[in-house]
Design a protein around this ligand. Sequence first.
Ligand SMILES: *Cc1c(COP(=O)(O)O)cnc(C)c1O
Length: 434
Amino acid sequence: MLAAMNRQQSYEAYVRACTLMPGGVNSPARAFGGVGGEPIFFLRGEGACLFDLDGNRYVDYVGSWGPMILGHAHPMVVEAVETALRQGTSFGAPTLAENELAALVVEAVPSIEMVRLVNSGTEATMSALRLARAYTGRPAIIKFSGNYHGHVDSLLVAAGSSAATLGAPDSPGVTEGTARDTLVLPYNDAGAVEHAFDEHGGRLAAVIVEPVAGNMGCVPAEPAFLETLRRRTAEHGALLIFDEVMSGFRVAYGGAQARLGITPDLTTLGKIIGGGLPVGAYGGRADIMQQVLPAGKVFQAGTLSGNPLATAAGIATLKLLRDGDVYERLEQRSARLAEGFDDAARTAGVPCTVGRCGSMLTLFFSPDPVTDWVSAARCDTARFSRFFWAMADRGFYLPCSQYEAMFVSAAHTAAEVDATVAAAGEALREVAAG
Ligand SMILES: *Cc1c(COP(=O)(O)O)cnc(C)c1O
C-alpha cells in the first residue's frame, strides 16, 4: 500500500473554511461526503494538471465538473480574458461579444434559433421551465430520477420509483406545492413516459431530460427513449427540453442532440460555453424564445448576464473547439481510458462496469450495466471511496463521488492516460485486497 500524500495545508485550510462557510465549501459537490476525508484545496491548474496547497501534483479528471474541456489556463483563453479585463468588466449594456457568443451557439446547436445568456446552469433550467409553462399555459413537468438540473426548487425532486409518482420535495425549503407539479419518472423507461402522457398529457408543459446523464455517473440515454420523449411531447403540445449544461459542446460540438439526431424544442447550456467562467444559456425555437422579455412577456433578467469576461472565455473556447480536431482526440483518449479501466478491474477481480459517452465516463463499482438511478444506486460506494483515495495518493484527481462523471480534456496526453490506467490497476488491486 502506498503512503498517503501529505495534505496538511489543505487540511488546515478546510478546518478554517468550516468556520466561515457551511460545510467549508461554496458548493456541496466539492465536499468529500461521497468518499470521506477532507477536500483538497488547489492553488493552480495548468493543462491536464492541478497543484494543491502542499505542492502535490494531480492529473485532473474533474475539469471543474465539465467546463475545462481544453484543460486549465489554456493560453488562448487566458489571453482573451486578459484583453477583455483591460476593457472593463461589466457595463450592464449590450456588447459585440454577446452577439458573437450567441452566434456561435446558434450555429452549433441544432435546436437553437435564438438564445438568452444567463449566469449559471441553474438559471438556464429555471428560466426554460418558466418559458415552457408560459408558452403552453400548463403547470406540470416531467423529470427523471437521477437527473440533476441545478438547484431549481421544482427540480429538486429526484426520489423516483418505477411507477409514475407525484414528486415529494428532495430538500427542506422546497414546498410540497412546488413539488406537486413535478412528475418524476425512471430514466430510460419509455413505458413509464407513455403511461404518464396517457394519464397527465393535458397538464404537461414540458419534459426536461439530460440526454446523456452525467449526474448519476455517466449514463447515456437510449435513443429509443429520447425518441419516445420527442414523439409524445409533440403529440400533446408539451415542450421537450434537453438539459445540455454538461453534454453541450462536450459529447459533440453541437451537443448530444447533434450526436443523436434528435431535436428538442428548448436546450439549456452552461459549463463549457463559459470556458471556466460563470455562464449559462437557454435557447430553442424562435417562436418560443420570442416570448421572453422584452420581445415577449416572460420575465427573466440578469445584471451580469452576458458579462464581458465570461463571454470572452466562452468565445475563445468554442472557437478552439470548432476549428480543431479536439473531439476525435477526446474520443480516442476516452476510449483508451474506458478499456484500460475495464481490463484493470477484470484483472484485479473487482466487478465493475464503465459508462461512457465521448469524454464523459464513469467506472461504476457494479457488475451490472447502469441504465437508471435504481441500477446506479446498487454500486459499491465503499469500494469507490477506496479507489478514489488510492488514485489521489498516486496523483490522479477523480470526481469525489461514484455518481459524478469523469471528464477527459484536450490537454490529457496519451502518456497521461496510460499512466492513469496503470495507476488504476494498482488502485483496484488495493480495493480487491480490502
Ligand atoms: C451542472 C449542471 C447544472 C447546473 O449548472 P450550475 O451552473 O451548477 O447551476 C444543470 N444541469 C446539468 C445537466 C448540469 O450538469
